[in-house]
Write a protein that binds this ligand. Structure first.
Ligand code: GAR
Length: 217
């Protein structure tokens, strides 16, 4: 992948992960060109973060389209104007159609707030607490048609603190996300990590397991 990798970031809400990308690029820690921030939600605070950082924004509301397929076609047409090499899903709360995933095959990353393959889907923090797990965290992975099931790249894990609430745990997980997502995206942007034949490759070798980092936050 090109060293100055053209990157689109897709958001639906607050965009704290987007902010982590903006900050890392500004500091010179991350060599990506943030070419557009896209949202399906015109009220997403992340759009303001992008504007403040001077990054072009685009917004298409899914409610203006009759179905997922037609919405995704519109999003593809919009994003392709920016010729992205990489798509970063950062709290983009839409399920992608197979058409969308195929169009950007191997170029889409997601972050999911769980130690995948544990806890796909929603409400991960409460589910971890309910199960009495000792560890929780977040996973950066390539996006495939298998929801939350694509090849994993990097996991940040932290110890669950006895008695903490789901909100407290979620906040700590987000702090970890802000560290691991730009790092993993940088690996993909530089070509260190790539997606081929349905799996993740690191330095030219197939990687069945993600890199796992333990964080104290
Ligand atoms: C992040 O914590 C991310 O893990 C989660 O949405 C949050 C977005 O926060 N994504 C998912 O749950 C995807 N299944 P942000 O808007 O502050 O970056």
């Amino acid at each position: 992948m090109a060293s100055r990798c053209k990157t689109a970031i897709l958001i639906s809400g607050s965009g704290t992960n987007l902010q982590a990308f903006i900050d890392a690029v500004k500091k010179g820690d991350l060599d990506l060109e943030l070419t557009v921030v896209f949202s399906n939600n015109p009220d997403a605070y992340g759009l303001k973060r992008a504007e403040q950082a001077g990054i072009p924004t685009a917004c298409i509301q899914h409610s203006d389209y009759p179905d997922r397929e037609s919405f995704d076609h519109a999003v593809i047409a919009e994003l392709d104007r920016f010729e992205p090499d990489l798509l970063i899903l950062a709290g983009f709360m839409r399920i992608l159609s197979p058409t969308f995933v195929a169009h950007y095959a191997g170029k889409i990353l997601n972050i999911h707030p769980a130690l995948l393959p544990l806890y796909r889907g929603l409400n991960t923090h409460q589910r971890v607490l309910d199960a009495g797990d000792k560890w929780h965290g977040s996973t950066v992975h390539f996006v495939t048609e298998d929801l939350d099931g694509g090849p994993r790249i990097l996991q940040g894990r932290l110890a669950v603190i006895p008695g903490e609430s789901a909100d407290e745990l979620a906040a700590r997980v987000q702090t970890v996300e802000h560290r691991i997502y730009p790092e993993a995206a940088g690996w993909v942007g530089s070509g260190k990590v790539r997606f081929e034949n349905g799996q993740s490759w690191v330095d030219g070798k197939p990687a069945a397991e993600p890199v796992v980092q333990t964080h104290q936050v």
